[in-house]
Every structure is written in structure tokens, then in C-alpha cells.
Design a protein around this ligand. Sequence first.
Ligand code: AKG
Ligand code: FE2
Length: 339
Amino acid sequence: MEKLVSNWYNVEPVPENYIFPPEQRPGNVHVPIGEGIPVIDLSEAEKGGRTLTIQKILKAAQDFGFFQVINHGVSENLMNETASVLREFFEMPSEAKQQVYTEEFSKSCILFTSSISYAQEKIHLWRDFLKHPCHPLHKWQHFWPQTPTRYQEIVGACSVEVKKLASRILGLIGEGLGLKSEYFEEELSGRMIMTGLHYPPCPEPSLTLGTSEHVDADVITILLQDEVKGLQILNEDEDKWIGVDPIPHAFVVNIGALLQVISNNKLKSAKHRVVTNKSRFRTSVAFFVTALEDSVIEPAHVDQVHAPAMYKPFTAKDFVAKYLESNADTEATLGYFRA
Ligand SMILES: O=C(O)CCC(=O)C(=O)O
Ligand SMILES: [Fe+2]
């Protein structure tokens, strides 16, 4: 429990085991915000602009692996409530958080710090996290925190809405890839895990990371971030980082490694990270939508002549096993399943 960064963050200099090696540190390099990451108005899909919306989503998913959605149908009030209930959770006194804190990662709801590789990792991340499954709701909701008292109700309502939004976006992506609109239901998107991330201010942001460079190991991620910037995407062609603009009431959407496989590398699962800052807490809520354990993941609809399959078929369970074995290295995991 004393490991939680939020219990001790106000120390200077930062502890040695939080300082990343020079080539992995953010340093003092200026990172531009926004720079072309598309913001897509989802309401246009229902107003006669379905084809155009699909094109915009596919282009964003190819070029950046990331986009933001606005007018997505999830109420602003519910988004505000979800962000604030998560913040309240992390700001509770230690005794209250103690009830949820655990180093037993097999539990259905965990509050911990840095990452589940804490014991093995050399350098820790400047963040605390709360993680639990959230779909189907009735199966998991009772494992969630009981304080704040409205936690289960608010996060439950938000999970239902985000799952619907994810299905809608996957439907549009499926259509854009030439698949049946229900292609992703339910086998390929029947699980959803929520991670609430809390990044305390850090006295030396140039040396530390809130979340280190990674690719998400799911199908698609829907992220609610607060008004504090910190999320950055790597533009690999130019080897530079781009900050994601914290647009109020937008969701950030990114393509996971499994969707990259299903699209046979047409869509990109992009590397991203989160940097810390000196003065403000940042709280984000990530919903990872992924395949049922026994579902087979493979490139969909591959034309053998023009586009041979880039990956061998594998189950979602095998992917997770290899992912854990490689210490959460998604690229190495993808490499293992390459055809
Ligand atoms: O905190 C964020 O904004 C993003 C976190 C993230 O990328 C992840 O948990 O996979
Ligand atoms: Fe991520």
C-alpha cells in the first residue's frame, strides 16, 4: 500500500528506480499537441454521412492508429460523473483504498501501482491504477469498489454506454474493411476491461514516465481522459511524439494489436505513452475491448493472390500467454504469430 505513488509523490529528487534510461526518457523536447490526429463527428454517420464517416475512421486508423470521437452519444453528464468518481476513488484516504489494494493479480478487481510486472520491472511508472472487467456487467460489477458509494452505479452505466459505442465504431470499421457489420460481435469483442489511471504530479517529468511506450494488446481501446495533457502517440515515420489534445467530452479511440491482425496490417496499432507533469494530477479511464478467450484471431477476408495473410491464426488466450511471457511486449508477441 505504501508503494502507491499517490501516497508519497511529493519527494525530491525522484527515487532512482523511477528514472528511465536517457533513450527512453521524455527529456525536455517540445511535443506538439493535436497535429493532424483526426476528430470525427460520429453523429454525421446517422445524418447521411455514413460512407464519409467510415472513410475518415479508416484513414485515421491507417495513418495514426488513433482518432478522437465527438457527438458519440454518451452523455456529457455521465462522462463527467465517471471521471470524477474515479478521481474521488484515487483521492480517498489510505485506509479506504486499503480495502481494494492488492498484489494478487489474479483477483477480479485490483488497485496497484506502476504495472502488474512491478516485482520484475527495473524502472517503475509514475502512476497508480485500478483495474477490473466490466462486461458483461452483472458478472463483474459486485467485485468493484464499494466506495465512493456511487462508484458501481456510475461506472456500470458508463461501461454499458462505452460498450455500445465500441460496437458502433467496430461496425463502421468492419464495413470499411468489407466485412459484415456484425463481424466483431460477440466473439471478437465480448470482453471489456476498465483501467482507471491516476498520475500524480512529478517533480522531474523529464526523467519519468506515467505509462511507458507500448501498443495496446486488445481489439480496440476507448479512452476518457480529463483536461490534463500527457498522452502522446509516436509518429514512427518521423520518429517524433505527438500529444493528444484533451478535448472536453471526446473519447480517444485507438486500434489494438488484435485489430491490426484482423485487418491484416491495414490498420495500425500505434505506440503511445503518457508523460507526467509538475503541477497537476491526471486521471484517465481506459476501456479495453477485446476478444473472448477461445476466439480465433486471424486476418479476415484475405485475398491470397494480392494480399497473403500476414499472421497465422491464434486464439486470444494464446496471444495473452505470449504477451505475458514477453513481458508485455506487443511487438514481440505479434512477431511470434507472423506467417
Ligand atoms: O492514461 C492514458 O491516457 C493512456 C493509458 C494507456 O495507454 C493504457 O493504459 O494502455
Ligand atoms: Fe495504451
